[in-house]
Design a protein around this ligand. Structure first.
Ligand SMILES: NC(=O)CC[C@H](N)C(=O)O
Length: 332
């Protein structure tokens, strides 16, 4: 028989490690209560597909995920993937910010070995809990030679998605993880990964970011666009000393007359300004709804505001030149 892959499971909390009062408790349960060994013990079937070992890195609900958690996680993943006896890593994670952690790792993991983020929508104590099957599939995926070099992957609901594209799109359903417009990468079916495409933007071993010596990241915040918007939020962030601002604008990253002067002021004070869109899909065109050349702003391409925030933080660890930042938004 073929040698089984060695897969390390890094547990961070979330609903997959959650427990409720009864088997029908699917809201109002407590996230992040069950430890990693218990998660592993609940899926003995994993032993037939991999040599699995676990490690509890955090035990949190993912709305509390922070830059510091990400730095710690990225360093640990890089350490593990540098070992010959680790073939892949699975990270159990709350679903609320799973798309953000996966994109952060997509830009900071220095290996072609598979990294798979997994979560669940129902707590471990629920009828038809989705955690065990999702974890089982994630372990198979992380051990698949076919998953190598495709960047950080997200797998729930028998689907495989790319870290850069995927987003939580529904508050409660099992099929909440979707990649609007561009679609998923493949399926998990019958104990096997089926891939149909690969991400074409730079990632993991081909990315230029290095967090190995960092213990903090530049402060980057998001301001939201809407009808009747005012400049209060931009001014508050400016006063708080941000290094960068992502504007989650309406439409193609449009700027209201009430907000544009505030962003211009921010840029004059050295804050990097990125125009993104709140629409959920599509490209924010450079020099489209605003003259980025003249304003010295950056267009987010098709990154969601929350993912643009991550790329901007990492970009600001390397440069303060807006053209360089724009290059990165074209390449990642
Ligand atoms: N389904 C979930 O994992 C959501 C639980 C929690 N809010 C979290 O993101 O950790």
């Amino acid at each position: 028989a073929d040698k089984l892959p060695n897969i390390r499971i890094l547990a961070t909390g979330g609903t997959i490690a959650g427990s409720g009062a009864t088997s029908t408790t699917t809201v109002g349960y407590t996230a992040a209560t069950v430890g990693v060994q218990k998660l592993i013990d609940a899926v003995p079937e994993m032993k037939t597909v991999a040599n699995v070992s676990g490690e509890q890195v955090f035990q949190i609900a993912s709305e509390n995920m922070s830059n510091e958690h990400w730095l710690k996680l990225a360093k640990r993943v890089n350490e593990l993937l540098g070992q010959d006896d680790v073939d892949g890593v699975v990270i159990t994670h709350g679903t609320d910010t799973l798309e953000e952690t996966s994109y952060f790792l997509n830009l900071t993991v220095k290996s072609k070995k598979p990294v798979v983020l997994v979560g669940s929508m129902r707590p471990s104590t629920a009828i038809s809990a989705d955690g065990p099957i999702n974890l089982y599939n994630a372990v198979i995926l992380a051990g698949s030679p076919d998953a190598r070099g495709r960047g950080v992957l997200v797998s729930l609901n028998d689907q495989i998605s790319a870290a850069r594209e995927v987003s939580k799109t529904n508050t409660s359903t099992m099929d909440t993880f979707r990649s609007p417009d561009l679609g998923m990468l493949g399926y998990m079916q019958g104990n096997k990964a089926y891939f149909y495409r690969s991400p074409s933007r730079r990632h993991t071993a081909d990315a230029e970011f290095d967090v190995s010596k960092l213990d903090r990241l530049p402060q980057v915040d998001i301001v939201y666009g809407y009808a009747n918007v005012n400049r209060v939020a931009v001014d508050a962030h400016l006063k708080a000393g941000v290094a960068g601002l992502v504007h989650a604008g309406v439409g193609n990253g449009s700027l209201a007359n009430t907000v544009k002067p505030a962003l211009v002021d921010a840029r004059k004070q050295g804050v990097m300004v990125v125009r993104a869109s709140r629409t959920g899909s599509g490209i924010v065109t450079r020099n489209g709804e605003a003259n980025d050349d003249e304003l010295d702003f950056v267009a987010a391409d098709n990154l969601s505001p929350q993912k643009a925030r991550i790329l901007l933080m990492l970009a600001l660890t390397k440069t303060r030149d807006s053209r360089e930042v724009q290059r990165m938004f074209r390449e990642y």
